[in-house]
Design a protein around this ligand. Structure first.
Ligand code: URA
Length: 253
């Protein structure tokens, strides 16, 4: 199956005249003349100086009041990972892998971070290494929200421990947002938002307070929600979604 997944932006700033040339507006030389003539605006402000940089997908560039944009260089996909799939592109043990769920797009895309094999939900895949690094690197602190079904019902005191941070074998966790969503017989649903992504972190945090995770599902990364994408389904991100993630990484630093 071929899917059109190329209509999304690159994350790298570039000179305005190069952007205009790639958008097919004019050659770089002619683009400089357009800029000097005051016919080009960036985010609503006319730019006449040379050397201004813009980020495709993030900045809005107009020529004579009409938006222009180059075709995208990268692929950004969202997958609703089902349980039982390993977040890898190859598995020597022959287990089901997330690559099995991807359409044939003629590009090699990589998972942005990892979900445990038994975790379900939002997984991003891209061929944009810089974007991936930006979302994964602890320095940027992009939030990730999980819906966890845990054993028993943690007290508010126990949940407060998670909110403040607990000390795991690899160090203290940063403050988390934690909300008890629903009580069930013998278990309950807790929504937790963390801003780091250590190995099996959410499972280890709940185990630490004596309420091991039974099921774990990622609902959201920064501003991006999984929504009603069916388990096992894949869709390309819209340009605005990629831009919002980049912006979140910038803001949440
Ligand atoms: N935390 C976990 O424990 N597992 C995941 O898959 C993701 C976050």
């Amino acid at each position: 199956m071929k899917t059109d997944v190329h209509a999304t932006p690159s994350t790298h700033p570039e000179r305005l005249q190069k952007y205009l040339a790639r958008a097919g507006v004019a050659s770089r030389r002619a683009a400089e003349e357009l800029i000097a003539a005051g016919r080009v605006s960036v985010n609503g402000v006319v730019v006449t100086a040379m050397g201004v940089k813009v980020t495709p997908g993030l900045d809005r560039v107009e020529v004579d009041g009409r938006e222009v944009a180059p075709p995208s260089d990268h692929v950004y996909l969202m997958l609703n990972k089902p349980a039982g799939y390993v977040t890898t592109l190859k598995d020597p043990l022959g287990r089901p892998i997330v690559a099995d769920l991807l359409p044939d797009i003629g590009r090699r895309v990589y998972p942005v971070g990892r979900l445990d094999a038994d975790t379900t939900g939002l997984l991003l895949l891209t061929d944009d290494g810089e974007f991936s690094q930006m979302l994964m690197h602890p320095r940027f602190h992009v939030s990730k929200t999980y819906r966890a079904r845990v054993e028993g019902t943690p007290s508010e005191q126990a949940l407060d421990k998670l909110r403040r941070g607990v000390v795991l074998t690899d160090g203290p966790t940063r403050p988390a947002e934690v909300e008890l969503v629903e009580r069930q017989a013998g278990s309950c649903i807790v929504r937790i938002t963390i801003r780091e992504g250590r190995k099996r972190q959410v499972r280890r945090m709940f185990k630490h307070i004596g309420h091991p995770v039974i099921e774990l599902h990622r609902e959201r990364i920064g501003p991006l929600e999984l929504g009603d994408l069916a388990p096992g389904a894949v869709r390309p991100l819209a340009a605005e979604e990629v831009a919002a993630l980049i912006e979140a990484a910038g803001k949440e630093r």
